[in-house]
Write a protein that binds this ligand. Structure first.
Ligand code: ADP
Length: 369
């Protein structure tokens, strides 16, 4: 696995059960997955030589992030190494502009969009769709970094200057009723399974809570599930893919794809028969896939994010007083705004389940006395 962050760490937990030996390409020996016992190769995901060294040691190369040069993945494939997901599919998670173009060609509903490099092009877009304009860096953004809500020309000038001639993806500010996500897994042999639809709740453009099942009608949920399953087949993904969608008053729109285990699937560790991490390993290795049903009527995950109160581990005892709280801490050093862990609670009613997960996460964040 390229990358050794929390996603690789939780994949390592699943690998232990399956007896699969996970090797991670880590930047440091203190990366979360290395601390969890994954076999470590030190190296940069920017280095083709480092990627090649990893590939030589493994049956299949996969990812815990999107930050790998697409050309390097093409090169590895050309050299005969197995890359899961394949480079062409992975690019849909690496480049938002490429993803918008490809998905709209496939007839998948996406926001109205345009590419822009100049202030005139942004003004033209605003003239058609109004301010604010949402501008996104096509590559390298996450957790809202690389997304700007431009209120006027002055803010647009700042973003164009910072993009230094690179393209921006423009979208209108959408009226979003709800954000939902679906995890789909497709194996190297073509078998596909889809997880239940979840609601993702964002604060400051970062996912903070995952609510399963999403409180949406069956018609909408079925539509999202079908869309995710078809999409995985059309793009030939292997492994787990998260499809993030916006529910607007009149449409269901695909916002983003992530071709790797994803924050919106963390609930599946305790909340589904097969966790997304185990499923990812099964899928990229061409093993049979597992059932995706929920293990409880209501499952809620709340992320633990760094605060001024520092390391959450010192408050573990307080969090564990919440009955049924499954705590996951990633072994990362604390910084305000950094994802450090999550808590999942499986229950019978959405309201109390969410309250319990929040109580434990709040305790870890140091928000409760
Ligand atoms: P990231 O890759 O950082 O997650 P996203 O494209 O998912 O970037 O945007 C982050 C968040 O910003 C979304 O979850 C959503 O809340 C908000 N957002 C993104 N695009 C739009 C849009 N066109 N209109 C309104 N809100 C948006």
């Amino acid at each position: 696995m390229v990358g050794a962050g929390q996603l690789a760490r939780m994949t390592q937990q699943a690998a232990i059960g399956l007896g699969v030996e996970l090797t991670v390409l880590a930047e440091s020996e203190s990366d979360p997955a290395v601390l969890a016992g994954a076999r470590c190769r030190l190296g940069s995901p920017d280095s083709l030589e480092a990627l090649r060294g990893l590939a030589r040691q493994c049956d299949v190369i996969t990812f815990d992030h999107e930050g790998v040069e697409p050309g390097h993945l093409e090169a590895l494939q050309a050299e005969g190494f197995e890359v899961g997901p394949p480079a062409a599919a992975k690019l849909l998670a690496q480049d938002k502009l490429h993803a918008r173009r490809t998905l709209s060609e496939l007839g998948v509903p996406v926001p109205v969009f345009a590419a822009a490099t100049t202030i005139e092009e942004i003004e033209q877009f605003a003239a058609e769709h109004g301010w604010p304009v949402v501008a996104k860096a096509p590559r390298g953004g996450y957790d809202g970094r690389g997304v700007w809500m431009l209120q006027d020309r002055r803010q647009a000038v700042e973003v164009v200057d910072s993009a230094a001639g690179g393209s921006l993806l423009l979208e209108p500010m959408l009226d979003i009723e709800r954000e939902i996500a679906v995890i789909v897994a497709r194996s190297a042999s073509g078998e596909t399974v889809v997880y239940p639809v979840v609601e993702t709740v964002q604060r400051d453009a970062m996912c903070r809570e995952i609510i399963a099942p999403a409180p949406v009608g069956k018609g909408l949920a079925d539509k999202a599930i079908q869309l995710a399953g078809r999409l995985a087949e059309r793009i030939g993904s292997t492994g787990v893919m998260a499809v993030e969608l916006f529910v607007t008053p009149d449409r269901l729109i695909v916002n983003e794809l992530a071709l790797r285990p994803h924050n919106s699937g963390h609930y599946s560790i305790e909340g589904c028969v097969t966790s997304q991490f185990e499923q990812h390993l099964r899928a990229v290795l061409g093993l049979p896939l597992g059932p995706t049903e929920l293990t409880a009527p209501a499952v809620v995950t709340v992320n633990v994010v760094g605060t001024e109160a520092g390391e959450p581990s010192g408050r573990l005892a307080q969090a564990l007083t919440v009955p049924g709280a499954h705590v996951h801490l990633y072994g990362k050093s604390s910084r305000p705004g950094r994802k450090l862990g999550h808590v999942t609670v499986c229950g019978t009613e959405p309201g109390p389940t969410r309250e319990a997960a929040r109580a434990a996460a709040d305790a870890l964040e140091g928000l409760t006395p």
